[in-house]
Design a protein around this ligand. Sequence first.
Ligand SMILES: NC(=O)c1ccc[n+]([C@@H]2O[C@H](COP(=O)([O-])OP(=O)(O)OC[C@H]3O[C@@H](n4cnc5c(N)ncnc54)[C@H](O)[C@@H]3O)[C@@H](O)[C@H]2O)c1
Length: 465
Amino acid sequence: MNRRDFLRATTAAATVLPTFNILHADNDVVIGPDDDQLNIAIIGYGAEGEILTDDCVKCPGVRVRALCDIWPYRRQMAKGRLRTLGHQINVYEDYKEMLDKEDKNIDAVVVATPDWMHAEHACYCLRKGKPVYCEKEMSNQLSRAREMVLAARETGLPLQIGHQRRSNPRYMHAINTVMRGNNVLGRITHAYAQWNRSVAPFTTVKPRLNIPIETLQKYGYENMEQFLNWRWFAKYGGGPMVDLGSHQIDLFFWVWDCAPVSVTAIGGNDYYNRQMNDNVMAIYEFKTKEGKINRAFYQVLTTSSRGGFYEQFMGEDGYLTLSEISARGNTAAPEPGKDWTKFAKMGILNQSKAPVALQVERTSDVAVDARVTKAAAGLALPVELNKPAHMPHLENFFLAVRRKDPKLLNCDAELAYESAVAVLAANRSVAERKTIYFKPEEFRIPADAKHDPQKALGEQQKKQA
Ligand SMILES: NC(=O)c1ccc[n+]([C@@H]2O[C@H](COP(=O)([O-])OP(=O)(O)OC[C@H]3O[C@@H](n4cnc5c(N)ncnc54)[C@H](O)[C@@H]3O)[C@@H](O)[C@H]2O)c1
């Protein structure tokens, strides 16, 4: 049974069964009595690498044995932190040296380097026989994301991409059970997602922490500014649109189970004097399997934190708000006249914890405008994540590694590639000031496609030039 069939089977089951058990079973089966200890290595111990390492340590039966980072400061930090957590590790500057020396000691690798290095690190590890958990965005270049898909196919090993909402029980409940399984919102015609952050200067560090320029250049960074702020440089990242949009645009694919037909985005580097767009507003048109057009609006701002980050799905029967931080979004509300009592009775939505609804504005006793729809009380989603946000996704990866079954992954490379196509196209739409139209075949790499290292290198050099 592949991932899609599994999803179909569980969503079908969700229409007749109380769903908590299904969801919890999905997320709790992480280690069985016959499972050995898994030994892992980390490549890239920056902000995200640290979070993932801490979460790996919390996963039952997982030990961190080796770690690679080109920054001596982070290697030292990792060594100290892991020692306090009871894990003795060997640290390396060079990932190839680590893979060679630790070959017998490690079963899998977690990659949390900047986006431009994901393909190189993930493909090398896979070809060395190691399953990989690799952070999103797969790559800042589609051709390199394609290499990752091909390496996963060629080796048959699990390659999980770090869209961790795919394993978050709250998101699984909201999407698989509420929206797809039970059609609570009716036809979802629109979606909205945003990630807004306030103004922030470039990251700097004390001069004593600087990496020597020769080392930086050996690894492809021109200076500390680019190394520390790689997201804002085209060579290394995709700017906020790719960095943050990758998580949320993936959800549109998941909810509608289809790919977009176009993206029209505007934005620019209007506030900072930086390389990548500091604000983008993108409209995606999705065409469902039934031939209906649905639209999603995505916004990323780096000059205002208004509203923070969340996703909303708007259907004819109601709407639902989600955020990775539950307090920012974990509710659904019916449209007027829609009775959701049965969903509350089924346990899909929770009446008792209903938040206060928005009130219709009134002057004296008369509604200001008869066209304003009377807001209904929201109902809470009854599933909570009681672990760090990345942990269920790592557990899902470790399960696939232990069972030697990439089909168990909640976000394999093939699936993540689909949203990478759409996310990377938004920056192109901004640059070319035009709508980008997608062909359905762009989202899937043909079954007979082969990796051609010479051709890939040529394309990469052309792009960098
Ligand atoms: N899933 C999520 O929620 C989430 C959140 C934040 C970041 N991320 C992703 O995690 C990755 C890392 O992001 P970050 O915020 O930790 O960045 P960061 O700059 O804080 O850390 C990157 C680390 O990689 C190291 N590094 C750079 N090049 C290297 C190389 N060639 N070999 C070995 N180490 C190298 C750096 O020294 C640094 O310690 C990115 O892909 C980012 O998109 C994911």
